[in-house]
Design a protein around this ligand. Structure first.
Ligand code: TTP
Ligand code: MG
Length: 414
């Protein structure tokens, strides 16, 4: 698409990017208000006897101690000991300690769902990117003169109705909006008008650009390119010869040129939930209860999304880190929570007595909008399947996996 002439015939799109602040920590504070304003770390592996976990996120108070996402939990504990340790250890300063809570994805998903509802009410198009962020096309809903107040309204509604804080960035395109939402976190609201895009981007370090991971950033820095401004004034063809088509994208985005439309995500191929035990357990009842809770959540989600499934599967991670998957195919697509419960119980039986680290449930081979096979007995003749070739990915994603939608979504996860 060619360059736009500002103001003539075209109206710049108004794109917002919303990203919740320290999302998992904010969720924990919803159900435990005493954690408000406290250093709070959400992660795994901090309980005595467990070691190799990582930080999922840290509240901004905990970040002040140097704790951050993806850090080894041992390092986090060094920087910010647990409050309960500090209370009994005279060598530790209680003022320099914090609270630790385990990750609870199903709960965070439910909070995320509430936020999404508000986003959908306020924008014609919403592209959900992860559990706590989404792009909104606001072009039809507001104007450049009014968008700041409009975006503030969205933030207020999220805070009032859900109780979490969102940072929002507004710009004429997705890549700039994403940088804008990050620019004044926490509780940020940054509007970058069309004529301000180049100046806004110029000082942004290359690693903060959409699509630049650590490897690309290092290569760019070796070439003396440290900011978006440097990229924007580099030679386009040099970037292309070095990085291929991505070089062209980088160049364009550094100049604030990004024509991607905000489009809803493609339909998921599967719906899944997983959950890890704080400690490995061989208690079959405990395992079964957890699996059935997940099964119920997955079936409920499928119903809500009008998804019919032809395959129901479970996953068990056993020590050290063996991923076992079992799945059963049904003769036809169904939406039947009771059936999910039965199949999952059945598939699980073989693992009675096993030590289990983590469990998951997935429905797949989804169909949308067609009539379900009404019979429960549909699955009586279903063929059992086992093994990884079925549906559960060993990578263990905790949410749904989406169809590629034609957008360059890879860069969003680099
Ligand atoms: P982010 O939006 O990257 O982080 P955040 O919301 O905690 O903090 P902020 O946006 O204010 O900087 O990720 C959203 C959630 O995803 C986060 O709360 C926890 C989870 N997460 C992980 O589990 N591991 C990770 O390495 C990262 C980056 C996030
Ligand atoms: Mg966030």
């Amino acid at each position: 698409m060619g360059a736009r002439l500002p103001g003539i015939g075209t109206r710049e799109r108004i794109v917002a990017h919303a990203d919740m602040d320290c999302f998992y920590a904010s969720c924990e504070r919803l159900r435990e208000p005493a954690l408000e304003d406290e250093p709070l770390v959400v992660g795994m592996g901090y309980e005595p006897g467990t070691t190799n976990g990582a930080v999922a996120t840290a509240s901004y108070e905990a970040r002040a101690f140097g704790v951050e996402s993806a850090q080894a939990i041992s390092e986090a504990l060094e920087r910010l000991p647990r409050k309960r340790e500090a209370a009994i250890d005279p060598d530790l300063d209680i003022e320099r300690s914090g609270f630790y809570r385990p990750v609870d994805i199903p709960f965070y998903e439910s909070v995320s769902e509430d936020v999404r509802e508000i986003l959908h009410t306020n924008a014609a198009v919403v592209r959900e990117v992860s559990i706590d962020e989404a792009y909104l096309d606001l072009t039809e809903r507001t104007t450049w003169d009014e968008v700041e107040a409009f975006a503030r309204g969205i933030k207020e509604r999220i805070l009032e109705a859900v109780g979490v804080v969102a940072s929002v960035g507004v710009a004429p395109n997705m890549s700039t909006a994403k940088i804008a939402s990050d620019a004044e976190k926490p509780d940020g609201l940054v509007v970058v008008r069309p004529d301000e895009v180049r100046d806004f981007l110029a000082p942004v370090p290359v690693e903060d650009l959409h699509g630049v991971g650590p490897v690309t950033a290092r290569t760019l820095r070796e070439r003396g390119i440290e900011t978006a401004g440097d990229l924007a004034s580099a030679e386009r063809y040099t970037l292309i010869s070095e990085f291929g088509e991505r070089g062209a994208d980088l160049y364009d985005r550094a100049r604030g040129e990004d024509d991607r439309e905000v489009r809803p995500k493609g339909r998921p191929k599967s719906l899944s939930r997983e959950s890890a035990f704080t400690e490995v357990t061989a208690d079959y009842e405990e395992v079964q209860e957890r699996v059935l809770t997940l099964a119920e959540a997955v079936a409920e989600r499928a119903t809500r999304k009008d998804a019919l499934y032809r395959t129901i599967g479970i996953k068990l991670v056993t020590p050290p880190f063996d991923v076992n998957t079992r799945a059963r195919s049904l003769p036809g697509p169904v939406d039947d929570p009771a059936l999910v419960d039965r199949v999952v119980r059945d598939l699980l039986e073989e693992f009675e007595g096993e030590r289990v680290r983590k469990v998951g449930v997935r429905v797949s081979n989804l169909e949308f909008g067609s009539a379900p096979q009404s019979s429960l007995d549909g699955w009586a003749g279903a063929n059992g399947e086992t093994g990884d070739s079925t549906v559960l990915s060993p990578a263990g994603d905790t949410t749904e996996s989406a169809e590629p939608s034609g957008q360059a979504s890879l860069s969003e996860f680099e």
